[in-house]
Write a protein that binds this ligand. Structure first.
Ligand SMILES: Nc1ncnc2c1ncn2[C@@H]1O[C@H](COP(=O)(O)OP(=O)(O)OP(=O)(O)O)[C@@H](O)[C@H]1O
Length: 246
């Protein structure tokens, strides 16, 4: 299986505080990989290092065969491979949904004509026809999350990194989001790296790592982890993993 993300012995220190401690993992192309953990476990720091927003103290990251440290300098369009949706949505609330999508298309050097074609596809895929010309300021949190996600995939990235994607969504929007990424991973072969502290939603992942205190304490498929810890749910397994290691 092709490993599209390879993280090796990654460390992040802020002053004297070590927030990510020698973590290593690989992500198989086309899979949904969940990075789980409580608040402050280090999940956001890991993904910010992967997308190049934060510089690691040590260790290496390879994205689709490219050393992430050299990604900006080796002539490869590194950023075109990755879509990112952070906890703060990258939306301009004075703009409409269409204008936000076009703005993100422009950031990825997609011209107006191709941008319009891609926006039409996203209107269909995300059922946006009723809100496409509405200002994002007037949308609900769940709708804003949907638009932020559409913006993150406008350039058809191979990898999409999403940080706590459903924090502000209702149950129905959560379900729709997870079904959408499951279908994108299966049909378009997109690889997803998703951080969450929602253990019910983590069941949608093909593979998960459980982080605590900056280290990965357990990793495996959701069913493999449940069976290893003799637990009926990931919530129960999570409690045992974190308790076992304290
Ligand atoms: N720029 C920074 N300077 C100093 N410490 C930081 C910085 N960014 C994060 N931290 C610390 O690193 C630790 C891990 O934070 P991080 O945001 O990665 O956790 P998380 O698992 O994503 O939590 P959450 O679910 O709340 O987003 C926390 O103790 C946080 O205070």
């Amino acid at each position: 299986m092709n490993k599209i993300i390879i993280v090796d012995d990654l460390v992040k220190e802020y002053g004297s505080k070590t927030v990510v401690r020698n973590i290593s993992f690989n992500i198989t192309s086309g899979s949904i990989y969940g990075l789980l953990g409580a608040n402050g476990a280090g999940k956001t720091t890991v993904i910010k290092m992967i997308i190049g927003l934060v510089q690691p103290t040590s260790g290496s990251i390879y994205i689709d065969g490219i050393n992430a440290k050299l990604g900006k300098n080796n002539g490869t369009d590194f950023k075109s491979k990755i879509g990112y949706m952070g906890q703060q949505f990258n939306l301009y609330n004075q703009l409409t949904v269409r204008q936000n999508l076009m703005l993100h298309a422009g950031c990825h050097y997609i011209g107006r004509r191709n941008g319009n074609i891609r926006i039409e596809e996203l209107i269909t895929d995300f059922q946006l026809s009723d809100i496409i010309d509405v200002s994002t300021a007037k949308l609900s949190a769940g709708q804003q999350q949907k638009i932020a996600f559409a913006c993150s995939i406008i350039h058809r990235p191979k990898i999409v990194v999403v940080d706590e994607p459903t924090n502000q969504s209702d149950q129905n929007s959560k379900r729709i989001f997870w079904e959408q990424i499951t279908s994108l991973s299966k049909q378009s072969g997109i690889t997803f790296l998703v951080t969450t502290h929602n253990l019910f939603e983590a069941e949608y992942c093909n593979y998960i790592s459980i982080m605590d205190g900056g280290i990965i304490k357990e990793a495996g498929t959701p069913s493999g982890i449940k069976s290893k810890y003799n637990a009926d749910s990931l919530t129960e397994a999570f409690r045992r993993i974190v308790k076992n290691n304290k």
